[in-house]
Design a protein around this ligand. Structure first.
Ligand code: FES
Ligand code: FES
Length: 167
């Protein structure tokens, strides 16, 4: 049996103490050990961004990080974004602006977008597109994803937003 390492990690506000193999990737720890399957695996080459989560407030591709590397850290996944039964404004934006079709890329897109808006509350369209360069979507062509993030940014800034998709 492979040597295991004990890690202590807070995921979505819940403390976990787990034994993991040193080679286990964070994405597999989240999905298989904790049952948090909202974080997706879309590639094995660190390109698609479907696996993006936040580690200590920073967006990371969880297929590029070993679980042992988050020992002592705080991780947020898509399951941890809604608060008190209310969706995060970025989640609302994807709903309002039809920012998804199959939804496979959506958790990673949303986590990347939340990270962007935490750092830059008023991004230009170009800055949004640049921030999403590490996230691939096979369905929507990015147009409505950008609209969704603009919608969320305006809402987070306290501006009035419209509900319907713009196209
Ligand atoms: S699964 Fe992590 S980048 Fe594709
Ligand atoms: S909505 Fe299907 S891959 Fe993005």
């Amino acid at each position: 049996m492979a040597h295991k390492v004990r890690i202590s990690v807070t995921v979505n506000g819940v403390q976990h103490s787990s034994e993991v193999e040193p080679r286990q990737l964070l994405v597999h720890y989240l999905r298989e050990n904790l049952g948090l399957t909202g974080t997706h695996v879309g590639c094995d080459t660190s390109q698609c961004g479907a696996c993006v989560v936040h580690v200590d407030g920073q967006a990371v591709k969880s297929c590029t990080v070993f679980a042992v590397q988050v020992d002592g850290s705080s991780v947020t996944t898509i399951e941890g974004l809604a608060k008190d039964g209310n969706y995060h404004p970025v989640q609302e934006g994807f709903w309002e602006k039809h920012g998804l079709q199959c939804g496979f890329c959506t958790p990673g897109m949303i986590m990347a977008a939340v990270d962007l808006l935490n750092k830059n509350p008023n991004p230009s369209e170009g800055e949004i597109r640049h921030a999403l360069e590490g996230n691939l979507c096979r369905c929507t062509g990015y147009h409505n994803i950008v609209l969704a993030i603009q919608h969320a940014a305006a809402k987070l800034r306290g501006e009035a937003v419209t509900g319907a998709a713009d196209d």
